[in-house]
Design a protein around this ligand. Structure first.
Ligand SMILES: [Zn+2]
Length: 229
């Protein structure tokens, strides 16, 4: 924006005159513990609601939809740290290093904006080792990070009456139970071709103690007292 129109949001919104380069910003931020920023996301959400700008995100009467998904935000064959996960890729099977996290965002159908929430970084100690395929390790790490996210933030998010959204990876009985214990509901999509399809129906849907609030469709399984009501 600075190059195109001669001014940037840093100047017009925040009054900044000397704008640091990407490298300088990284030099400053890399020294800080990521957890230092976690509460800022919650503060953003509270501010949006208190200022009355939150109505586009309210769905199902007075609820919000929070989508979880895993993303990889760093990958390199040379640059790595002690927190990196690793895998061997390519014809030469050389190791590459990467970082992933579970992103959480407030979404709303028909609305082209999202509100970012606290990310949860995948830890190397989640990696169960070489006994599983790369895909299974990745999925195991992601669901463990999502469980930590709920442990940290589930109670504080309960006042928003969230419905948690996710793909088949999240459609496991333990995770569904954790969502319910956090005072929330879930809507996880499991495609018929997914290996998890039949087990999700026979396990999570039938065993979760929701009573009459259960509804299933061919491609989507939900369990929610509010949604079904
Ligand atoms: Zn690293």
């Amino acid at each position: 924006m600075q190059d195109d129109v001669g001014r940037s949001n840093c100047q017009t919104l925040f009054g900044m005159q000397g704008i640091p380069s990407d490298g300088q910003i990284r030099n400053l931020l890399d020294r800080l513990v990521p957890d230092s920023f976690q509460l800022l996301f919650l503060h953003l959400l509270d501010t949006l609601r208190s200022k009355g700008d939150f109505s586009p995100f309210v769905r199902l009467r007075d609820r919000i939809l929070v989508a979880h998904d895993g993303i990889e935000f760093h990958s390199s064959r040379t640059i790595h740290c002690q927190q990196c996960s690793s895998r061997r890729t390519g014809k030469d099977k050389r190791p590459s290093f990467f970082h992933t996290m579970v992103a959480a965002v407030v979404v709303a159908p028909g609305h082209n904006r999202v509100v970012p929430l606290m990310p949860e970084f995948v830890c190397t100690q989640d990696d169960p080792g070489d006994q599983h395929s790369v895909r299974r390790r990745k999925q195991g790490c992601e669901i463990n990070a999502a469980k930590r996210w709920l442990t940290k933030w589930g109670a504080r998010m309960a006042r928003y009456r969230p419905v948690y959204l996710g793909d088949a990876l999240y459609a496991t009985h333990p995770f569904c139970q954790q969502v319910l214990h956090a005072g929330a509901d879930f809507l996880f999509v499991v495609k018929p071709k997914s290996p998890r399809y039949s087990s999700f129906y026979t396990s999570a849907i039938s065993r979760a103690p929701i009573g009459s609030g259960c509804r299933t469709r061919r491609h989507v399984a939900t369990k929610s007292t509010a949604i079904a009501g």
